[in-house]
Design a binder for this molecule. Structure first.
Ligand code: IPE
Ligand code: IPE
Ligand code: MG
Length: 262
């Protein structure tokens, strides 16, 4: 028994400095301005514990809370997280309903807390196609936090990168059809201004948990020059330490944007 407590104390002692030590190593001058996250592995985390997939998603919202807090504490300007893709409708309806219910709970439980931290809550994707009650909740949360400037938290719901680009292209095509612009005038800026992230810098860093090495239709246009980071850690156990590890890895990268670098 005594040995158990001694071991637990040692474990606590060795864990705590690791976080502080990582935090001290962060170069505040070279923070990613915008971090995108593919929160993956909720299902596998639950399965390994003999729990229903829902439990994984539920724990995942706790991880999101920690990551939002850490991003804000560091001074990251924009955090964009992938919560539900246009392809996730393929899942059993019971799981889709559970995810929508969690989203409802997240907005109801977190908006006031985010607002108190001066965080703007913004939704991207075709969220207007969701059930009406949820849409109204989203609109209200966005309205309440619209003027907050500390950080923007973009939550991608019913989001698909290809669909987002198509929406922008349609807006441009409508203008062209009305004779307001000529095809030759269409440039990157025009396309960008029709994206859900209009006016925001592109992500500098993309984090994907749970070991998968793919983009899964996330921010296809915006990720053109993002640094990619992946970890085998499942999203429900992703925490502040994991987030710092990703940022530190990013800070080791030499970014060249096609040039020869600094
Ligand atoms: C990510 O976890 C959450 C969503 C896609 C909504 P998953 O549910 O994809 O977890 P895995 O990939 O099955 O482990
Ligand atoms: C991407 O994860 C979508 C979200 C995290 C919301 P998926 O689990 O849906 O991606 P795939 O199916 O493994 O590519
Ligand atoms: Mg997955």
């Amino acid at each position: 028994m005594l040995r158990f407590f001694a071991k637990a104390r040692r474990a606590q002692k060795t864990e705590a400095p690791a976080y502080d030590e990582l935090l001290a190593r962060i170069d505040k001058e070279r923070l990613p301005r915008h971090i995108a996250v593919i929160m993956d592995g909720n299902g596998r985390w639950a399965k390994e514990r003999g729990l229903p997939r829902y439990a994984g998603h539920s724990h995942g919202t706790e991880a999101l809370r920690l990551v939002v807090e850490q991003a804000r504490e560091l001074g990251v300007r924009i955090l964009t997280v992938f919560a539900f893709s246009t392809e996730n409708w393929k899942r059993p309806s019971i799981e889709v309903s559970a995810l929508m219910e969690l989203l409802r709970k997240y907005i109801a439980g977190e908006t006031a807390r985010l607002h108190a931290q001066h965080i703007r809550l913004n939704f991207i994707g075709d969220w207007r196609e969701l059930e009406r009650g949820l849409c109204l909740q989203i609109e209200e949360a966005m309205k309440v936090t619209a003027a907050n400037r500390e950080m923007t938290l973009n939550i991608a719901v019913n989001y698909g990168g290809r669909q987002e680009i198509l929406r922008s292209v349609r807006k441009i095509a409508e203008k062209a059809a009305l004779g307001q612009i000529s095809p030759a005038e269409i440039d990157e800026q025009m396309l960008e201004s029709g994206l859900d992230t209009a006016g925001m810098p592109d992500p500098d860093l993309l984090i994907r948990s749970a070991g998968e090495l793919r983009i899964s239709n996330f921010l296809l246009w915006q990720l053109a020059y993002a640094e990619l980071y992946y970890t085998p850690v499942y999203w429900p156990v992703f925490d502040k330490t994991q987030f710092l590890l990703a940022v530190l890895d990013y800070q080791k990268r030499g970014r060249r944007f096609g040039g020869l670098g600094e």
